[in-house]
Ligand binder design. Structure first.
Ligand SMILES: *Cc1c(COP(=O)(O)O)cnc(C)c1O
Length: 356
């Protein structure tokens, strides 16, 4: 049975390509480190996890995940401080969310402590891939998919869990412009919006492309029923500073992804004595708030970018500009705080950085 003492077979590569990487120019998600962790599920249980050289997987064309979408993933980061310590930021939240995603897709869960141990073990093997350079980190991608060679529609009986890692620099170098989407939807009540399910992202590509053709980087998703309330921005949670209060759409219901970054920003704001509201946020409130100046900051929050400032918002035929990035006291301060925390420059009073 799988538990936190489960041993992991490690086979190290004989051909590390770490010296071939151009560290001054790392595109997001295209460079992979030397190893990956693989673990199979069959006959009602997880088999022994293995760390092996990074490489292709071989799949039967009938592999059920490809046809019917039983596939979920996670995303988190490891950072290295100047003294060489490698830390992962709040992985227990990813472990919990991964379990919830699996449950929603009828997939077997992985005990949360085991999930964290497996991530730590792989990052430990790849610690040379975690750069100390400012704004650099090691992106960690755990995922699971159904592997039955069967094209009947039913939950698969076999699965593969894989973790691989990518060295990354900053994700969005530029502040973003977004468009309020009032036709297409990302998630409906009763659907899978709260899961990091692969299909959610495939379904969002076409609407996102329409927005990009109109000159916007991302869409702001609204509720599927009335298109009256704001939910998320692209693949990030969305947050506002309105009259000095941090405001973000509430996670109640099952349409909003429970982001680690958003949760962290909320907790930091509270520890600084700032008022925080998790509630319904209407499109009307945001449009009027930008016009009358009560909204002083708007940003996306997610692991890849941490904070992505929103500087322009398209609503129907209107284009609304937000205050300059330099004027944004809270989001700049919180971004610096989180960067410094992960880089080990300030004390981790919350106990969020898990040492590898
Ligand atoms: C991953 C993700 C987020 C951000 O979650 P983090 O844990 O902060 O990275 C927000 N929204 C969606 C739709 C996501 O997929």
């Amino acid at each position: 049975m799988l538990n936190e003492t489960t041993s992991i077979n490690v086979t190290l590569t004989k051909n590390s390509h770490i010296n071939e990487v151009d560290w001054s120019n790392i595109p997001f998600g295209r460079i992979f480190s030397d190893h990956m962790l693989v673990m199979d599920y069959a006959n009602g249980e997880w088999k022994q996890p293995e760390i092996i050289p990074f490489g292709n997987l071989s799949l039967n064309p009938a592999t059920s995940a490809i046809h019917y979408g039983q596939s979920v993933f996670e995303g988190m980061k490891a950072n290295k401080s100047e003294n060489g310590d490698v830390v992962i930021f709040r992985p227990e939240l990813n472990a919990k969310r991964f379990k919830e995603s699996c449950e929603r897709l009828c997939m077997p869960g992985i005990p949360e402590d085991v999930f964290v141990e497996l991530v730590k073990k792989l990052v430990d093997v790849e610690r040379d891939w975690v750069s100390t350079k400012e704004d650099y980190s090691l992106y960690i991608r755990p995922f699971m998919f159904a592997t039955d060679d069967y094209i009947g529609v039913k939950p698969s009986e076999t699965y593969k869990f894989v973790i691989f890692t990518c060295p990354v620099g900053t994700y969005y170098s530029e502040p973003v412009s977004v468009k309020i989407e009032e036709y297409y939807t990302r998630a409906a009540a009763g659907g899978v919006g709260m899961a990091k399910a692969a299909g959610n992202y495939g379904a969002a590509l076409f609407p996102a492309k329409q927005g990009q053709l109109k000159g916007f980087h991302q869409l702001v998703w609204t509720d599927a029923k009335e298109h009256k309330y704001i939910e998320e921005s692209g693949t990030m949670n969305i947050m506002f500073v309105i009259n000095g209060t941090l405001v973000t759409p509430s996670e109640e219901g099952d349409t909003i992804l429970k982001g680690t970054t958003k949760r962290t920003v909320i907790e930091v704001a509270q520890s600084w004595g700032m008022k925080v509201e998790e509630r319904k946020v209407s499109v009307e409130e945001v449009v009027n708030g930008i016009k009358d100046g009560s909204i002083t900051e708007a940003f996306g929050a997610g692991t890849a970018a941490t904070i992505a400032h929103i500087v322009r918002l398209g609503y129907r035929d209107e284009i609304l500009d937000l205050p300059s990035v330099e004027s944004r006291t809270f989001s700049n301060k919180v971004k610096k705080y989180l960067d410094d925390l992960k880089a080990g420059k300030i004390e981790d009073t919350h106990g969020w950085c898990v040492k590898v």
